[in-house]
Write a protein that binds this ligand. Structure first.
Ligand code: BMA
Length: 306
């Protein structure tokens, strides 16, 4: 069977040994396509155990990464980042002409969703906590929808489902709705779900990739599926893949600090290809690419509505 997402032969692209300073691990990177360059915002777990975000650049998005020696200060949402900043999703927001960062601010209060903007990945403007703990896996949509900004997020109550919220200003968030509930039971996404790369606008709806967790006696397995959300009412789920599209298979995904994890945070469309940057086993950054039309056909061909 032809796989919809194909691994780069250069995987893993970035590991701890590639960093210009000693770290424990590097994984779960947000991405930006600058045309002549790909910029990644790496989640770097230092040897203290806390994570920070560091900029890396490559002209082909695959090799020869130039990694900053200093972390990017994500704007300092203290004290809610006392345990660090994790898993940033980056969206170019049309109306702002800026990049919006949505990431996990981690502290003794738990994981929360922080939002910040940047024009250059040097200076960052903090916009505060959008959602208090426990919440993570947030990504902002690339344009306003019916006059307001929109963001996917994953509050963790009894279960972890993907929700959406709207805002007039990226600071005040409301109108919460469940977008993509987890499947219970034996499903690949039966224990938790969370959004992956920022939503991509297509003629069929907003394409999202999301991670789904299945709890096994030996621990969780993190895999990736796709879904389509209505363009003008994105709280309305149009379709989701019944089957996972991408799961841990290679040794670098099966073995690491957290085994059996593929965890996409970055992605964009180039031509008709979808580029997906994912963390492997909480230990390295990898790339998989696929034909966008084929992926859209797969979501639309095998929909499950809830
Ligand atoms: C999730 C997040 C990710 C991590 C994954 C697997 O809850 O915290 O950062 O990659 O678990 O450990």
């Amino acid at each position: 069977m032809k796989e919809l997402l194909v691994r780069s032969e250069h995987n893993p692209l970035i590991s701890a040994s590639d960093m210009p300073y000693p770290v424990n691990a590097v994984f779960n990177a947000g991405s930006v396509d600058l045309g002549d360059q790909v910029l990644l915002l790496l989640r770097v777990e230092s040897r203290s155990g806390r994570s920070h975000l560091t900029v890396a650049r490559s002209s082909d998005g695959v090799t020869n990464w130039q990694i900053e020696k200093q972390p990017l200060s994500p704007g300092d949402h203290r004290p809610y980042e006392a345990y660090g900043a994790e898993d940033c999703r980056i969206t170019r927001v049309h109306e702002l002409g800026a990049w919006v960062l949505a990431y996990t601010a981690y502290s003794q209060y738990g994981p929360a969703v922080a939002v910040a903007t940047t024009h250059d990945f040097v200076q960052v403007e903090p916009l505060g906590l959008a959602f208090p703990p426990s919440n993570k896996d947030a990504a902002v949509f690339p344009r306003k929808i019916n006059g307001r900004y929109a963001m996917l997020h994953r509050p963790l109550g009894q279960d972890g489902h993907i929700w959406i919220a709207y805002s007039p200003d990226l600071i005040h968030w409301g109108e919460n709705d469940v977008v993509l509930p987890l499947h219970h039971g034996p499903w690949w996404d039966g224990s938790r779900v969370g959004t992956g790369i920022p939503p991509i606008e297509t003629k069929y709806g907003w394409l999202i990739l999301y991670h789904g967790i299945k709890n096994m006696p030996s621990g969780p397995i993190y895999r990736v599926g796709a879904a389509l959300l209505d363009l003008e009412e994105p709280h309305h789920l149009l379709a989701r893949t019944r089957h996972w599209l991408f799961g841990p298979e290679e040794a670098y995904e099966r073995t690491g600090d957290v085994p059996n994890v593929v965890f996409p945070c970055g992605g964009f469309v180039r031509g008709d290809d979808l580029w997906v940057y994912y963390g492997a086993a909480d230990s390295s950054i990898c790339l998989a690419t696929g034909n966008l039309s084929d992926i859209l056909d797969a979501v639309r061909a095998d929909p499950v509505h809830a």
